[in-house]
Design a protein. Structure first.
Length: 616
């Protein structure tokens, strides 16, 4: 009941629905516990995921608490169908968010349809709307035609329309109804602005057909036809769902503060667009055949980074916003008690040298993929390189966004090398005017510095930062980006050292958090992208059977509807971190394509191996 504290579902018990503007998490129990409207980064109006039922949720489920549950997305769509089996009958609850609503319609909508499949089932509905992340109670009134209710707070209006009889109770909306075989009861929740006319109602069944048709047409465009089509298509649809269509930006995840360490404080807001994801996003979309989406992402990237190179940030809002001020919400208890709940992300102000390499690499692959370049793109890239030339020797916060002192992170320097390498490649191949001699000289200097300062001869491995002994799984990217051959003894030694020290129960940790480098209490799960990168290294080293075995183990971590979070806790056997995580799904796509390219079933006859992201 509303108001009663409940233990939240596990992270993997949620599924994603979205309309390429915002997204909702739907639990196995029929409760939507997370929704930010009207954008991914807007204030949540359902925040039970990070608190209690009173912080906002929308439950539709059988009255029978012992109902058996099965759910799946309908074919290659983002239409979720949850089947509840009770002693008296079976019902299906269909959940989706329509795309392309009419101009006189809502800004965004959620449609839920309850279908009777067998016998009769008594159902219950609990709708608790709370704006401002679960604390602000709206004013709720009955619609004039008695077709539902309207909740208003400030400029927000949320309207629920249904044929079921609704009643108010304890600051929530309640309904109890019975669905028999062959019957259906629709529910449409709309978001509009309170100062605008009420949105024209949509027909739930027509919206269902249109949404299914959209996603089936979209997924059918995937050009991959190999053995891993299902996880690739599901991952691509997840990336599409995490896209903010008005700008083309793709958020890292639709959630904030899902813990990397259960009960701990490693909780961050991921509802923003990271430049670090730029190359992997472009490659994933282009490999799947989605060049329009790749072009939109590349265009978002151009607009976001436009301006002074000295002010380049590591992440931006979906509209290119730069001020992502971080603060804590004290009234939410956190997922499973993991506090604090954070809104915004202070890492946006950090210096992370690797993003320069990611931006240059992404624009390089965009040219290689035939995406039309903006007229000023190269001019901006030259300015970017001029700035990187001045700062690449500086310490930074690194790829893992540490909140401790800056260091000379080896991966940061590797990606600075990537920036100059891609600049040289593009200037040479496309005849672009550039100071090539100087860029080549800097590229060589960075390479020599890394091999001298970032390699520990005792361990025979590259280390996390210059002069230390700690290992870091980000260095698995070194051969993938072409910095070093996968067969080089230095790289083979690095892979071996990571296997010895950073693998736990078969999966790869980013680094040992006991080192106190990040200024936080130790403890987190295995980082899933790093585990995919290890599989990529196995492929590059010709260890294809090991690569495929690791890939299959990683696929087995997906939840029942094919989604991955950022991390996996091998001890608790649970997904951890924000969910679903774009970075994990991008890495999945990359490894699947790499395996398809040189896996056991299609080994290249000449024994050649990919040596860079472009080849892989």
């Amino acid at each position: 009941m509303a108001g009663k504290p409940e233990i939240p579902l596990r992270i993997e018990d949620y599924a994603l629905i979205g309309d390429c503007q915002s997204a909702a998490l739907v639990g196995r129990n029929g409760s939507i516990d997370w929704l930010c409207w009207p954008r991914f980064d807007s204030d949540a109006c359902f925040a039970a995921l990070l608190g209690k039922n009173d912080n906002g949720r929308w439950l539709i489920a059988p009255a029978d608490p012992e109902a058996r549950i099965h759910r799946a997305y309908r074919d290659d769509t983002m239409v979720l169908e949850t089947i509840f089996e009770t002693a008296g009958g079976t019902v299906g609850v269909i959940d989706f968010m329509p795309l392309g609503l009419p101009p006189d319609g809502a800004i965004s909508s959620i449609v839920r349809i309850v279908e009777g499949r067998r016998g009769k089932v008594a159902m219950k509905l609990h709708l608790t709307l709370r704006f401002d992340y679960g604390i602000a109670i709206p004013w709720v009134t009955q619609l004039e035609d008695d077709s539902g209710i309207s909740a208003v707070l400030g400029s927000h209006r949320v309207t629920l329309r249904t044929t079921a009889a609704l009643r108010g109770e304890a600051l929530s909306t309640i309904a109890e109804f019975v669905v028999a075989e062959g019957e259906s009861v629709p529910f449409v929740l709309d978001f509009t602005r309170s100062h605008r006319p009420m949105a024209k109602p949509i027909d739930a069944r027509r919206a269902e057909k249109a949404t299914e048709r959209y996603w089936r047409d979209w997924s059918a465009r995937c050009i991959y036809r190999g053995p891993w089509r299902e996880p690739i298509v599901r991952s691509l649809m997840t990336l599409k769902t995490l896209t903010y269509a008005p700008t083309g930006g793709i958020v890292a995840a639709p959630t904030t503060s899902l813990p990397e360490q259960f009960g701990g404080m490693r909780n961050w807001d991921y509802r923003f667009c990271w430049l670090r994801d730029a190359t992997l996003t472009l490659l994933a979309l282009m490999q799947g055949g989605y060049y329009d989406e790749a072009q939109s992402w590349r265009d978002w990237l151009h607009r976001a980074v436009a301006g002074s190179p000295e002010q380049l940030q590591i992440m931006y809002g979906v509209g290119g916003e730069r001020r992502l001020t971080e603060y804590e919400i004290p009234w939410l208890d956190g997922f499973g008690g993991a506090k604090p709940v954070r809104i915004g992300n202070a890492a946006s102000a950090q210096l992370q040298l690797d993003v320069y390499g990611e931006v240059m690499d992404a624009l390089h692959h965009a040219r290689e993929g035939g995406l039309v370049a903006a007229p000023v793109a190269w001019e901006f890239q030259i300015k970017l390189m001029e700035h990187l030339e001045k700062i690449w020797r500086e310490p930074d916060e690194g790829i893992w966004e540490i909140r401790g002192p800056r260091r000379h992170f080896t991966f940061s320097k590797v990606m600075a090398w990537v920036a100059f390498d891609r600049a040289v490649q593009d200037a040479e191949k496309y005849g672009l005017e550039a100071p090539l001699a100087r860029w080549r000289k800097i590229r060589d200097e960075i390479h020599e510095t890394i091999c001298r300062e970032g390699f520990d001869s005792e361990q025979q491995a590259f280390t996390q930062s210059f002069g230390d002994k700690e290992l870091d799984a980000s260095l698995l990217m070194m051969p993938i980006v072409g910095f070093i051959s996968s067969d080089d003894p230095k790289m083979r030694g690095t892979v071996a050292a990571i296997e010895r020290n950073l693998i736990f129960d078969g999966f790869v940790a980013r680094y040992r958090t006991e080192s106190t480098i990040d200024g936080l209490p130790p403890g987190e799960g295995a980082f899933l992208p790093c585990s995919f990168w290890l599989a990529d290294n196995y492929i590059l080293q010709g260890r294809t059977e090991e690569a495929e075995a690791l890939f299959e183990r990683l696929l087995a971590l997906r939840n029942d509807v094919g989604l991955l979070s950022e991390e996996y806790d091998p001890r608790a056997r649970r997904l951890a971190g924000n969910f679903p995580q774009a970075f994990s799904h991008m890495a999945l796509i990359g490894t699947a394509f790499n395996l398809h390219e040189i896996g056991p079933a299609q080994q290249r006859p000449d024994g050649a191996k990919p040596t860079s992201k472009g080849d892989a």
